[in-house]
Design a protein around this ligand. Structure first.
Ligand code: PLP
Length: 381
């Protein structure tokens, strides 16, 4: 099997599995317990928190709270920001957010919040002047992603943070789920208040994420109960998962800035665009404004689902959009917002590479893809 679907999820790194195993076998203590077993487990939780803080360039480990996934982090950040400022009813976000943000904002809109939905242009960029104009005295929250899961396009969140802070009192949340572990992040030198991540996107286990909460920000707790996570998210810590995200963060740091992944992605993307007729890149051709691992390419006039199925038969995993849309045969809202024509959007494939991919795999996928596209086009009327 060749796996080019690393924006959907990633293989658990062997070192991560080893780090987790200890806490599923002999080190099963509760980190709140006063005995030695509890102490040793508590120490592991602290170390993992420090690793995640390092990955995000946080000022310290206390800014990191563990959650169950990226969706939970996104939901908590948004709902917490609203709860902290009950008098204000205006939210600013974009039309290309992941469903974890988009669907929650749609629900909030039905429940009395006013939401400004920012568009992107055809290469996926946000218009910053339009963004600045959208800020108001009653804006409670701005939520914008760092890396788009479908196209890999990066929003300039540091610049956006400055605009938010100099033009409003709003809190600024960044969905960093598809960015963490793929590009360097240094939150302490930004005005970002809240930042969501998820371990399974950077070779950690599923079922564990984290929310960065800037020091001094009093976000209402996610859950009330035993007081774990300094009273912010109660519930006995999932120690094996926490050890997993900690190790995954430590290993991800060592692999940044993913130069080899970038080299392979660039070669792969160039070869498709230069040698397969009627192909188009979705998103800016300025690679400094995209993740180093992602190419979203349209095979004009073709059905992406059929290409995906044929690649799958050849043992190659890709995606036609966000994995959450896999069952639904409709145009992705991200490509729709970018004004990608329907015949291009339906033939769009997302290739997302990872650190375990090799040059041989890139060559193999290229040759299979050329063959599949040629064969399918011959069958077209
Ligand atoms: N945000 C983005 C940008 C994502 O890509 C994803 C997952 O695809 C999520 C949020 C949700 O993360 P999780 O699957 O950990 O809930």
């Amino acid at each position: 099997m060749i796996y080019f679907d690393n924006n959907a999820t990633t293989q658990v790194a062997p070192g991560v599995f080893e780090a987790m195993k200890t806490f599923l076998t002999h080190a099963y203590g509760n980190p709140s317990s006063a005995h030695d077993l509890g102490h040793s487990v508590r120490k592991a939780v602290s170390e993992a928190r420090q690793s995640v803080a390092n990955l995000l360039g946080a000022s310290g480990p206390d800014e990191i709270v563990f959650t169950s996934c990226g969706t939970e982090s996104d939901n908590w950040a948004i709902l917490g920001a609203l709860e902290a400022n009950p008098g204000k009813k205006h939210i600013v976000t974009t039309r290309v957010e992941h469903e974890a943000v988009r669907k929650l904002c749609e629900k909030l809109q039905k429940n009395g919040y006013e939401v400004t939905w920012l568009d992107v242009d055809s290469d996926g960029s946000l218009e910053l002047e339009q963004f600045q104009k959208s800020l108001r005295s009653d804006t409670v929250l701005v939520s914008v992603m760092l890396a788009n899961n479908e196209t890999g396009i990066l929003f300039p969140v540091e610049e956006i943070a400055e605009i938010v802070k100099s033009n409003s009192d709003a809190l600024f949340h960044v969905d960093g789920v598809n960015a963490a572990g793929k590009i360097p992040i240094d939150l302490k030198n930004t005005a970002i208040d809240l930042f969501s991540i998820s371990a399974h996107k950077f070779h950690g286990p599923k079922g564990i994420g984290a929310l960065y909460i800037r020091d001094g920000l009093n976000l209402p707790p996610h859950s009330i109960g035993g007081g774990q996570e300094r009273g912010r998210r109660a519930g006995t810590e999932a120690v094996h998962q926490i050890a997993g995200i900690g190790k995954a963060a430590e290993l991800a740091m060592k692999h940044l800035p993913l130069s080899e992944v970038r080299r392979l992605r660039d070669k792969f993307e160039d070869e498709i665009l230069n040698t397969i007729p009627n192909t188009k890149l979705n998103g800016t051709s300025d690679r400094s404004k995209r993740l180093p691992n992602t190419s979203n390419i349209s095979f004009t006039g073709m059905n992406g689902e059929v290409i995906l199925a044929m690649l799958d038969q050849a043992g190659i995993c890709v995606s036609t959009g966000s994995a959450c849309n896999a069952e639904v045969q409709k145009m992705s809202p991200v490509l729709e917002t970018m004004n990608i024509p329907f015949t291009d959007a339906m033939g769009a494939i997302r290739f997302s590479l990872g650190r375990y991919n090799t040059e041989e795999e890139v060559d193999f996928v290229l040759s299979k893809l050329k063959q599949i596209v040629t064969d399918l086009r011959k069958m077209q009327p």
